[in-house]
Design a protein around this ligand. Sequence first.
Ligand code: GDP
Ligand code: MG
Length: 370
Amino acid sequence: PESITVQELANRMAARQGEVIKALMKMGVMATVTQTIDADTAELVVEEFGHRVRRVAESDVEIGIEGVEDKEEDLRSRPPVVTVMGHVDHGKTSLLDALRTTDVATGEAGGITQHIGAYQVTLASGAKITFIDTPGHEAFTAMRARGASMTDVVVLVVAADDGVMPQTAEAIKHAKAANAPIIVAINKIDKPGANPDRVRQDLLSHEIVVESMGGDVQDVEVSALKKTNLDKLEEAILLQAEILDLKANPDRPAEGAVIEGRLDRGRGAVSTVLVQKGTLRKGDIVVAGAEWGRVRALVDDRNRQLSEALPSTPVEVLGIGGVPEAGSSFVVVENENRAREISEFRQRKIKEHTAAGQTAARGTLDQMLA
Ligand code: GDP
Ligand code: MG
């Protein structure tokens, strides 16, 4: 079973070792800083300090930093976050490009868009949908490994002229493992050889039963090329979102996930993050992965400066000291000291991991998502 030294526990909470020892004494546990305590005891101490415990994996107890549990009455609906998956060349990129043009603000004249790894469309009805389109998509794998997720709905693209292929099957496995409902987009229906019924039939052997065959998985025939039925696909996503009853509390310090990060010649370290809870604001102090900084600017996918970003909003963050790992979490903390401590703790953990020689077979997943 899990265990942790008193020293490490104090580090993780950014608390004084003496305070931790005192808390243990109150619970009748006598321990020195180098001594090991079991996870259950650690959990009690952590709660005593007003933190939240997340057991990320059997071997790893990560201490939640902010300790805010949202009350039901503070929750508001938020837009769905969608990931598009499917076999290579079945039209993921084309579909994401086509869906992007359905944004009312983009329109025909076209706002200048930039690639930030995710975008949000606002439909004529006012409803919003967030699409994650990171080509490499390490974030998806990394988050899955942590037992976290940034996807509410998976749109599974299957080319009607090609049918279910190996990476389609793999995508289905990933969606199921992530517990994300699937919507099937049967693409390329404009092609002469298109056979949507065969796709539906093929999917049966992967336990995907579409509605027309008596199941509960929505399917939509589309053409990314001709922009056919994109509205139907969006309706299906919104219907699924309604069923999921997606909510978040906007009135709290922000938390979320890093979609991608890079070094920009002009702007320094730039991270695209997905806000999952709370509202992210300019001036906030953020820890992202093992990096931290004060938010200098928030920029959306149309290069507009924002003063704040609500739940389900993807946004570029400027002001973080380095490039955080894709798929890591970010959180707003109350002061710079706290940020520095958490960042140092995470840097240490990364070193330990690297020392352990982790390798990920992400080739096929990358292809599937690109
Ligand atoms: P990805 O590998 O899944 O991202 O697939 P792409 O979006 O790059 O598309 C692969 C090829 O299929 C490209 O040549 C696209 O132009 C083509 N394609 C994508 N969607 C459609 C479609 O709806 N109809 C037709 N005819 N071709 C499409
Ligand atoms: Mg692609």
